[in-house]
Design a protein. Structure first.
Length: 426
């Protein structure tokens, strides 16, 4: 048995929700569009899971954070999809794809065919087992990618008030979960292999600004080492974490954030891959002209850098989704995707934004013992990246605009002296 649709979105995350809204704005007809998602709920704003969802009070819960509220757009509830004649196939994993026949086979045995496919399968959390450590399936070891994971973290927190959490990984998940755990009055120790937190983006100076703040909130940092094993009791619960440096940390719960892998498996050997994702052109179209890829799984050309990137951030998921749908529905009117990479995070009462690329030389500015700090990255004589913590809406807009303009920088000392003022006057 099977169904056929003009457009199928494979995956039901952030990119899927924004693509669905764009399809309706561009006049998709009832019954033409289908979304297939392994998750049991309609697309939602994934960033809420490490922030509002984990708060002790005024917790964010669905349906409040369905897409597309994160970009001040309509909130697409299951009712909205029904009213717009969009078929939501939830709780259903696609287990194989045949790009020649243009069909998808679901785990429930249904074949769904498409004329155009948007691959929005995102990514999965890397498991400790992939680094040779066992114990991920213990009841109090948590990862964080989807709603089920967030519920597990929430329940684990509730079950050990005032207890000890070990956070493995010093990236986005580690930093945001550590903050949420502290807000829930759990004692937090962060363990990661690098010399400082957020090593993929932060400079040592920016990292130490945040680490000092976390320390003032009671967080302990153990850097330059990784865990080697868990102590697990007869109930299957982790009681302690053993580190490679020989130390042993008592644990009531563990949160692991050690990176992701894009979900490309269905298309390996069928589509061209690049940078771990599905290679697409400036219209988000893959090596097969009937298939587009958007969000975390897509490696797309970033015009500003003159090279392809695969980005793992929500703004890129939202915008690549919109652009792909525009390219599908109005190909003549739609040019190449011209994206300025934008990342952000919010922890405690802090909030930062980053635009562009973090390569080349760095110039810091601001009062590193105060509330507003920033940095510019300068490569081959041009400003290519900007970071700002504690800015106003206007200041964030200014650093975004400046980074997009890629101004020539002759004097790094002068840039440092001007600091945020440089972006405000460009
Ligand atoms: P996403 O992961 O959202 O969706 C993929 C979907 O595909 C899922 O529904 C999945 O179940 C489905 N799927 C996969 N394979 C399938 C199959 N075979 N069959 C059926 N369905 C399948 N970014 C940022 O810029 N700022 C932030 O503050 C945050 N915060 C944040 C918090 C947390 C907890 C996470 C996990 C991530 C963030 N991010 C973020 C990153 C951001 O959420 C991420 O970049 C987007 O969700 C990517 O959107 P996609 O739609 O590409 O993947
Ligand atoms: P990440 O890539 O940000 O960080 C991974 C971290 O894992 C590294 O910093 C490192 O400290 C650690 N690590 C690597 N190997 C390890 C090992 N063997 N043992 C212990 N630690 C190890 O990935 P993440 O924090 O897991 O985040 C997952 C995804 O979610 C990313 O795509 C991220 O962009 C996204 N996310 C984004 C935001 C945001 O943009 N604000 C927030 C949450 C999640």
């Amino acid at each position: 048995m099977g169904r056929a649709f003009a457009y199928v979105i494979l995956g039901g995350g952030v990119a899927a929700g924004y693509a669905a809204l764009e399809f309706t704005k561009r006049g998709v007809s009832q019954g033409e569009l289908c979304i297939i998602s392994e998750e049991p709920v309609a697309p939602y704003e994934r960033p809420a899971l490490s922030k509002g969802f984990l708060l002790p009070e005024a917790r964010a819960r669905l349906p409040s954070f369905h897409t597309c509220v994160g970009d001040n757009e309509e909130r697409l509830t299951p009712k909205w999809y029904m009213e717009h004649g969009i078929e939501l196939v939830l709780g259903t994993r696609v287990k194989s794809a045949d790009v020649r026949r243009k069909t998808l086979l679901t785990a429930t045995g249904e074949t769904i065919s498409y004329k155009i496919l948007l691959v929005a399968t995102g990514a999965r959390a890397l498991k400790l087992e992939e680094f040779g450590v066992t114990g991920s399936d213990a009841e109090n070891v948590c990862y964080l990618r989807d709603l089920g994971d967030a519920n597990r973290i929430f329940d684990a927190m509730q079950s050990c008030p005032g207890g000890n959490a070990i956070v493995i990984g010093g990236g986005y998940i580690g930093m945001e979960c550590a903050a949420s755990l502290v807000i829930n009055k759990i004692n937090v120790t962060m363990v990661f292999p690098e010399a400082h937190c957020m090593a993929r983006l932060f400079t040592p100076k920016i990292a130490s600004y945040y680490e000092d703040y976390y320390k003032s909130k009671g967080v302990t940092f153990i850097k330059g080492t990784v865990l080697s094993s868990f102590d697990i009791d007869s109930d299957g619960k982790v009681t302690a974490v053993n580190l490679r440096d020989g130390s042993l940390l008592p644990a009531d719960m563990v949160v692991v954030g050690i990176g992701i892998r894009p979900n490309t498996g269905l298309f390996e050997g069928q589509l061209t891959l690049e940078k771990g994702g599905i290679k697409v052109n400036g219209k988000l179209q893959s090596s097969n002209s009937s298939i587009y890829a958007i969000g975390d799984v897509a490696a797309f050309p970033v015009k500003l850098f003159g090279e392809s990137r695969r980005l793992e951030h929500v703004d890129s998921a939202r915008r690549s989704a919109r652009h792909a749908v525009a390219a599908i529905m109005e190909p003549e009117k739609t040019g190449e995707f011209d994206y300025l990479p934008f990342f952000y995070s919010r922890v405690f009462t802090m909030s930062w934004q980053f635009y562009g690329d973090n390569i080349g030389e760095v110039v810091h500015y601001g009062d590193f013992s105060g509330n507003t700090i920033g940095a510019y990255w300068v490569s081959k004589g041009y400003l290519v990246g900007s970071f700002l913590e504690g800015g106003t809406k206007e200041e964030y807009e200014a650093i975004a605009k400046t980074t997009r303009l890629k101004p020539a920088i002759e004097d790094l000392g002068e840039l440092e002296r001007q600091g945020l003022g440089f972006a405000l006057t460009v």
